[in-house]
Write a protein that binds this ligand. Structure first.
Ligand SMILES: Cc1ncc(COP(=O)(O)O)c(C=O)c1O
Length: 398
């Protein structure tokens, strides 16, 4: 897709659709021509509360009228409020705030390295997974398991050892052969890699191996965290506790905010001067995140993600599972992938033309990550719009 001439002064780093959205309400958005869309993408798993949630809008406006930004030279009480809420919900001990997912993961990578250096290891290594996505900074794209996003950016950051996802034996092999490993880093549900859930027994095995080896278990919950899978955090389905967890995307319901959470083993690795961020933890972002967490609870959105997600998956399976060329329909809560047997990027455009926003990831996987306020009626409409498109696409010559 070529860049439409409408934005000639914006650097050409995205393949954009040729329309602009002007406003939204709940799970609906409208473009500048007045066309309506059902938003099953939620800004890529960001708009937790849908669009223009009146309570969130009022809180942001109130905060903007008091203080948007100060500096981390001073105490920021809203950071403590949000950190305490996240600690209570995760069982972890402390938070560092930043603005994006890649920043949270950079902080995780730095913690792992310093954890290693503190133990006397000069070249610490982190185990990462095939098909992982951790961001687009040099360190996080090096940690990612996607050659496409790495192409053109060598030399990559060293210190990552890659293993197949959901493969305990591969991690045990590395434990035998690599003496500098300090951490394992993975997504409990891979997002960009094609909506691939980690098996619960795999996460439990990793916890055991990390304990045996004295490694940090670092979970990237940037996409699957914040109630998307039907629990606060994706790992909570497995009953384990990580040592380090990164968050962003849904945390601020659209206001940029990321967090790195740490448990007892990682809590004291950083000291003053080891890490920082100008915007990280500013009062506006903190207020948006505090309000987002409160609203997820008061509106029962965790349970909604679980039940509407199961409803949507079941409906998609009823309509599509038997269709030739549909490989799999999978996911957790409102993080759903429909895998087709061949690249299907064109579905994104066709769905938008039909009034449905979604994305295609890993070339062959249609991704649905709608706002957590999605209803069963929204799910029905999604299937009614998507299923005929998929059938028509698969009936075409490859
Ligand atoms: C699991 C995961 N980690 C990290 C990132 C990077 O987040 P950001 O784009 O906010 O830097 C993403 C973004 O898609 C992600 O899905």
């Amino acid at each position: 897709m070529t860049q439409p001439a409408a934005m000639p002064h914006v650097m050409n780093t995205y393949g954009r659709l040729p329309f602009a959205l002007s406003h939204g309400r709940g799970s609906r958005v409208w473009d500048t021509e007045g066309r309506e869309y059902l938003d099953a993408l939620g800004g890529i798993a960001v708009n937790t509360l849908g669009h223009a949630h009146p309570v969130l809008v009022a809180a942001i406006a109130d905060q903007a009228g008091k203080l948007i930004h100060t500096s981390n030279y001073y105490q920021v009480p809203l950071q403590e409020t949000l950190a305490a809420m996240l600690c209570e919900r995760s069982g972890l001990d402390a938070a560092f705030f930043c603005s994006t997912g890649l920043e949270a993961n950079e902080a995780a990578i730095k913690i792992a390295r310093k954890f290693g250096h503190d133990k006397g290891l000069e070249r610490p290594e982190i185990i990462v997974c095939e098909r992982a996505f951790h961001g687009r900074s040099l360190a996080t794209l090096s940690a990612s398991g996607n050659p496409k996003i790495q192409a053109g950016f060598a030399p990559l950051v060293e210190g990552f050892v890659r293993v197949p996802f959901n493969d305990t034996a591969a991690v045990r092999d590395i434990a035998r052969t690599h003496k500098n490993v300090v951490a394992v880093m993975l997504e409990p549900v891979q997002g960009e890699g094609g909506i691939n859930p980690a098996r619960n027994d795999y996460l439990r095995d990793l916890r055991v191996i990390c304990d045996e080896q004295g490694w940090l278990l670092m979970l990237d919950e940037v996409q699957c965290g914040i109630a998307r899978t039907g629990k606060w955090f994706g790992y909570q389905w497995s009953g384990i506790q990580p040592d380090v967890m990164s968050l962003a995307k849904g945390l601020g319901a659209g206001v940029p905010v990321g967090a790195l959470m740490v448990g007892p083993r990682a809590k004291d690795v950083f000291g003053p001067g080891n890490h920082g961020s100008t915007f990280g933890g500013n009062p506006l972002a903190m207020r948006a995140a505090v309000e987002t967490l409160r609203l997820i609870e008061s509106e029962g959105l965790m349970r909604n993600a679980d039940t509407v997600g199961a409803y949507l998956r079941a409906a998609l399976k009823r309509e599509l599972a038997h269709v030739d060329g549909v490989v799999d329909i999978r996911g957790e809560g409102l993080m759903i992938g429909v895998e087709l047997g061949r690249p299907c990027g064109v579905i994104l455009t066709r769905a938008a033309e039909a009034g449905l926003l979604l994305s295609v990831t890993a070339d062959t996987v249609i991704r649905l990550v709608p706002p957590l306020i999605f209803t069963t009626a929204d799910a029905d409409e999604t299937v009614a719009k998507l299923a005929p498109l998929v059938k028509a696409f698969l009936a075409e010559q490859a």
